[in-house]
Design a protein around this ligand. Structure first.
Ligand code: FPP
Length: 248
């Protein structure tokens, strides 16, 4: 196992356990180079591989990335197909390498409309992830994911359990609701990063972001590198997190 370089970005300060990233700017990166948008997604998938490896080496426990939102179906069939095929390629590679690299994968989102071949690959990576240790690094890929949709799916499940007499409304508190979300069992992200100059959440981790620190940068996702992640972590480490309390 690689030595945990917890001091790389912040001289021994606390490293976030969970970093979440909106991988934005792929299209603009490609257009600026006179390339089709799909070339930007291909470069973005490479950046994901690189940043996931770096997070793992640093000792970050969870990396969650926004790969395809519930709204991204509005894009051209060509672009949607290209993103799905990049995901398929990544998962096929992961099936061969994740046990050796000790990387667990999990999907957030409604997988029902996803192509059966991709769903089958996701089942394979789920099974491999289960065979790994809970302490191993985990990448969460948000696919057909929307924060509102995630909350609605959880609320429907709870309502159905109440209607069937399995649960009672009074049982529902924050912990019980968190346990119904796609992110069940995973700590909320301490740090959410959005590259590409946009400063909005775009339906990402709406429940989980309650006390997240946000980091925005103009760098486009395909150009995002280890030094950028170090800068984001250093910015996080400089924040005063009070969680609604006052400084002691
Ligand atoms: C946002 O940039 C990016 C996406 C909607 C797709 C992200 C997908 C990948 C990086 C590929 C597959 C992922 C993995 C995990 C292997 P944009 O297209 O909205 O960029 P723009 O704002 O510049 O147009």
């Amino acid at each position: 196992m690689a030595a945990k370089r917890t001091d790389t970005a912040g001289q021994g300060k606390t490293l976030p356990r969970h970093i979440a990233i909106i991988m934005d700017g792929n299209g603009r990166w490609a257009t600026r180079r006179g390339l089709p948008r799909t070339a930007g997604h291909k470069a973005g998938a490479e950046t994901f591989r690189r940043i996931a490896t770096y997070c793992k080496d640093l000792g970050v426990e969870y990396l969650t990335v926004y790969a395809f939102s519930t709204e991204n179906w509005k894009r051209s069939a060509e672009e949607v197909g290209a993103i799905m095929s990049l995901l398929g390629r990544y998962l096929r590679e992961a099936v061969d390498t994740m046990a050796k690299d000790r990387i667990r994968l999990r999907f957030f989102g409604d997988m029902a409309p996803i192509a059966p071949e991709l769903q089958a690959l996701a089942h394979q990576t789920d099974a491999i992830s289960e065979s790994l240790s809970p302490g191993d690094f985990q990448a969460n890929i948000c696919l057909n994911y929307g924060g509102r949709d995630e909350i609605l799916r959880a609320a429907r499940r709870f309502a159905a359990d109440c209607a069937a007499g399995r649960r009672a409304p009074e049982e529902l508190d924050e912990a019980a609701f968190s346990a119904l979300l796609d992110s069940a069992g995973i700590p909320d992200p301490e740090l959410i990063i959005r590259p590409s100059g946009e400063e909005r959440l775009s339906n990402f981790l709406l429940w989980q972001c309650a006390y997240s620190e946000f980091y925005f940068t103009d760098v486009l996702w395909p150009d995002f590198d280890e030094a950028e992640l170090d800068r984001a972590i250093a910015a996080y480490q400089g924040r005063d997190r009070r969680f609604g309390g006052v400084k002691k």
